[in-house]
Ligand binder design. Sequence first.
Ligand code: 13P
Length: 263
Amino acid sequence: MSGSTIIPWVVGNWKMNPMQANTQQLVQQFKQLLQQEAISAQDCHIGVAPTTLTLSTVQTQLADAVTPIVTVAQDVSRIAGTGAYTGEVSAELLKDSGIEFVLIGHSERREIFGDSPAILIEKMKNALVAGLTVIYCVGETLAQREAGQAEQVVLQQICDVAAIVNGDQWQNIIIAYEPIWAIGTGKTASPADAQAMHAHIREGLLQITPAGKDLAILYGGSVKPENAEELAACPDINGALVGGASLDAASFYKIAQAFAKTK
Ligand code: 13P
């Protein structure tokens, strides 16, 4: 089915980049591009996910951008509230700092830092209870795709957390489909393959909740200005979660423009 009434989201995941000076420069350059030609929030929502260290600084720097840009945390603790949990940042602390969005379940968290379904359920629960909007990431490995298990794996990842999401909370969820083999490799899923998976995710969501028809499903994995238009033209691709290309202001701007124009 078409998700064309959904306003697309283009979110830059800066991962463990960049250094302070480059962060400021990146934000500055992006704001200047928007000043030259604004992207309407009616056409595309924009977000950036800096490191925890620079979340507040970036948010302050973005406050006067001509197009509203949300600041997104890259992760959240599985522990709620406050307390003796060295190194952790809870959903409540994020919310208290004015952060309204968080990525949960990125494949790098799952694969490198051991974020299991049980941990992701706790993170999801805490984030939703604190009133954050969650960008929940799913995606299969190359081996799973080659074994014909991609759809099953991705739907299972959604089902893992769906049980703890109540009716109203679905409106605070965005799904990001990021095939692991396409992340940072320069290999993008073909628009046809990505669209097929997105349509499958949409069907799966609709079986779980009627809110599934309104959820944005973003694609991530080597999104660049060169492939953004083709991806944006797919009816069930409602935006992009951009890694490498989001560290270049001009590239990120072009990707946002591509999604803004197509919808
Ligand atoms: P790349 O765009 O660098 O492939 O990264 C995608 C990603 O992991 C975004 O979360």
